[in-house]
Every structure is written in C-alpha cells, then in structure tokens.
Write a protein that binds this ligand. Structure first.
Ligand code: GLY
Length: 459
C-alpha cells in the first residue's frame, strides 16, 4: 500500500516531470509490505500449522545461508550501483561491496531475527515492537516517509476471485488491485469471439497480439485499486463488450496503438507458487517486491529488503514505468491505496481436471498466463504449458516482444507484412509453476519453468 504520507505527484519535479529512479530505488520507492500480515492471516484462518513451524525452514536458510550461483550474480549485476548505495544491502547481498563469486555464502542473521519475531508474535512481530521501530527509523533516516500509523493500519483484504468461461472451462483468477484476472479474462473473451482455434498459426499469433493490445489498453485506462476508484469490472468482462472490442481487428493489418488518452476523471522481483494438497486444497500464490532486489534498500538491523512496488502506480498519467506500462488516473498514487499489479495467479477448472498456474514477470505476467492457459485448455501436458515459447504485446510500446526462437522467420515476416513492429529479445523470460490434477484418473502432474530455478514435486 502507498504510505499515508504519499501523494499523487510525489515522484515529479517542480516542472511536473518524473524524477528518474525515485519510484524504483531507495526507501521512497517502497510500499507498506503486506506479506507478514498475509502469512499470519493464512496461518490463522487456513493453515493447520503455526507460523513457528512454517517459518522454520526460512529462518534456517537466513541463519545458515545459501550459495551464490550464476543467476544470483546476474541479478546483482543488474542492480549493483543501487545495492552499493545502501550499506545494509551491500553488507547482506554483496561480497566486499562487489558481485559475490559463485559459491559465496549469503547469510542473513538480521533477517533470521525478524522472521523469529514473526514466528513468535505473528503480524505484531513485524508491524509493532522492536522490528517496527527499526523499520520506521531506518526508512525515515534514509529519506523515506513511513510512519508507525502505516504499519498499524495495514490490513489484509480477502476478495472474491473473478470467474470467467472459455470453451467449457471455468477460469478463476485474481481481482483488482491486480490487473491480472481482468486482463486475462478479457483476452479469453475476445479470443472466444474470434474463434481463434480455426485460424492458421500466423493468423493465431496476429489475433493474439491484437487481443493483448486491446486488453492492455483497457488496463492502462481503467484499472486501479477498486477500494479507491470505480473499476468497471462487469463491463470489461461482458461478452458483448469483448465482441465490440474485437470487432475492429483486421485480419490483414496490425492496428496502431492510439496514444494514451490521459483522463483526469477520478475514476523481476516476483515469485509464484502453485500448490495442491491431498485433500484437494489448492493455492495459486504470486508475491512481488517488483524489481530484482526490490528498492535495493535493506532496513538496518532488520534484514528486510524493501520492495519498490510504488513504481507499479502510474507516477504520471501516460508516462511509462519500469516495465514500459502506462497508466491513468485510476492508478494514480493516493495515501493508503494499493498499486496496480499484473500478478495473475489462476485456476482453470474442467469437469475432469483442474489446473493451477502463475508466473513472475512484471507486465508480461498476464500474456504468459494467457499463452499457458491456452495450452492447458488444448489438452497439452503440464510441461508444455510452462515451456511454451512466449511473445507479448502490452498496447504501448506498440511492439511485439518475443523470446529467441519463439516466432519462426516465416511468422515474423508474415507479421511484419501485416504492419506489426517486432522486437526480438536477447533472453527468455518468466518462471511459470503449474500443476494439473486429473480427477478422473487421480493423477497429479507438475512442472516448473525450464527457464527458471524452481522445481516441481509430486509426493
Ligand atoms: N510488481 C510486479 C507486478 O505485480 O505487476
């Protein structure tokens, strides 16, 4: 949540321009964390085990450390100047103030202390007492604006998930303030209206891109925290609206993304777990500190690395954030408001089977889940959902981004001939975690994205 002292123009200079980096680096970029409150809430209302048990492995890992690998090095290199800027972050995540060597052990005794406090006292271990005092003092000393009132007022909100339908499947996904569920269901509604399955591979790619463009445009225009602004969810998810939105898609030509209509109406890093237990309980959980190493600010004495979730707000209507996403007044900053996320934890339900899926990946999360969900509903194996080559369009910038080898040369040429601008990425993206439960044959299969570090376990 935005701190209570946050305000709409807090990242703008006197001339009304965005100050680069201010919503991405350092304590001013950090929203009030919700994860400790969520962990306590889940343990209290849904879990069989106390937090002291469930946090024990994390406490051990913080105390005894983990070894640096090539991926860790890559992420540190990406954020090195910022990590070097904040002494407690440099102490915790670097080696002699530089990128640690492979095999170096990262130990986090302060984090172990903070996790112990949460294990013993629940949410109060974080939002009150010694840890809270250190959080407020550390943040304010480094130029942040948190107060104890922010921590006192943090509340978990349980919301009804969104439900949509696609070719006999029931899709259950996340409501605002994530944009994930609305955008995913809106894209599926348009694909249904276009009868995507009957088209050639080139045409399918073209239509998928056009559908992504339109749904991400609506995301930019309408979506924000529904506790603060009126988000027209029923209208956006209406089948008639999808037909109307898809009606101007030309089979031959790429549309041109119109400039953002700025309205003054009031209106990676992220992690995903998919879990199924023997009683059929299921969890699709996406958590985010936004950028790799979040804001790069560790609060001295707590081991807590703060997020830079404030950059998920629209710092200025029409100005792109770190993911190139634009937003409108609906996602403007306001005290206590939640920023608009792209997290898309989802279930897909069929009479005979159930799927759980989600991924990290900033703005590309929603298009990844869409592509994975289509594989799922075409009856492919779970490994195929997570491995599927990926492409993405998010309205603005008006380009198709694609992973190496995701689009054949012929498809690239055909898309360019239709007027699309293509941008080949130098690397892959995402880290999808998925489970398929075949209820008929009582078989569970799971897969972790081959691009990432996760593992899938069926016990
Ligand atoms: N911070 C990434 C997201 O939630 O969209």
């Amino acid at each position: 949540k935005a701190p209570l002292a946050a305000h709409r123009d807090m990242y703008l200079n006197a001339g009304g321009e965005v100050i680069p980096g201010l919503s991405i680096n350092g304590p001013l970029a950090a929203g009030i964390p919700g994860q400790p409150a969520a962990l306590a809430h889940i343990a209290q209302h849904y879990g069989r085990l106390p937090l002291a048990d469930t946090l024990a492995p994390a406490i051990e890992l913080a105390r005894n450390g983990f070894l640096v690998d090539a991926y860790y090095q890559r992420m540190v290199r990406f954020r090195l100047p910022q990590l070097q800027r904040f002494p407690a972050a440099a102490q915790q995540f670097l080696q002699h103030n530089e990128v640690p060597v492979v095999g170096h052990r990262i130990v986090q005794p302060d984090l172990a202390f903070t996790l112990e406090a949460i294990a013993q006292k629940g949410a109060a271990g974080f939002y009150q007492g010694e840890v809270a005092e250190k959080l407020i003092a550390g943040v304010r000393q480094a130029g942040g604006i948190w107060t104890q009132k922010d921590l006192d007022q943090y509340q978990v909100v349980e919301r009804e998930p969104l439900v949509g339908h696609y070719q006999g499947h029931r899709i259950v996904s996340v409501p605002p303030p994530s944009s994930g569920g609305v955008v995913l269901l809106q894209m599926l509604n348009m694909l249904q209206a276009l009868d995507i399955e009957q088209h050639s591979p080139v045409q399918q790619t073209h239509l998928l891109v056009e559908v992504m463009r339109r749904a991400y445009q609506d995301r930019a225009h309408y979506l924000g925290d529904s506790d603060f602004v009126e988000v027209p969810v029923p209208r956006l998810l209406d089948q008639g609206y999808a037909q109307q939105r898809a009606a101007d898609i030309s089979p031959q030509r790429a549309s041109v993304s119109p400039p953002m209509a700025v309205s003054t109406e009031k209106g990676s890093d992220t992690t995903h777990f998919s879990i199924l237990d023997t009683s059929g309980n299921r969890v699709a959980a996406t958590l985010s500190i936004n950028y790799p190493f979040g804001s790069c600010f560790v609060v001295p004495g707590t081991g807590i690395l703060l997020n830079d979730e404030m950059d998920d707000f629209s710092t200025k209507p029409g100005t792109p954030n770190a993911y190139g996403l634009v937003g409108n007044e609906a996602n403007a900053i306001a005290p206590g408001k939640r920023m608009l996320s792209s997290m898309t934890p989802s279930f897909i339900e069929h009479d005979d089977w159930l799927a759980i899926l989600g991924t990290p990946g900033g703005s590309r999360i929603i298009s990844m889940v869409l592509l994975g969900a289509l594989e799922t509903m075409q009856g492919k194996e779970v490994d195929a959902w997570v491995a599927r080559p990926r492409f993405h369009h998010q309205y603005l910038p008006d380009v198709i981004q694609f992973e190496p080898d995701a689009l054949s040369t012929d498809i690239q040429q055909a898309l360019a001939n239709k007027g699309h601008t293509l941008k080949a990425l130098s690397d892959t993206y995402g880290n999808m975690q998925a489970i398929r439960w075949d209820k008929k044959n009582q078989r569970v299969s799971a897969a972790a994205d081959p691009r990432g570090l996760g593992t899938a376990q069926v016990e």
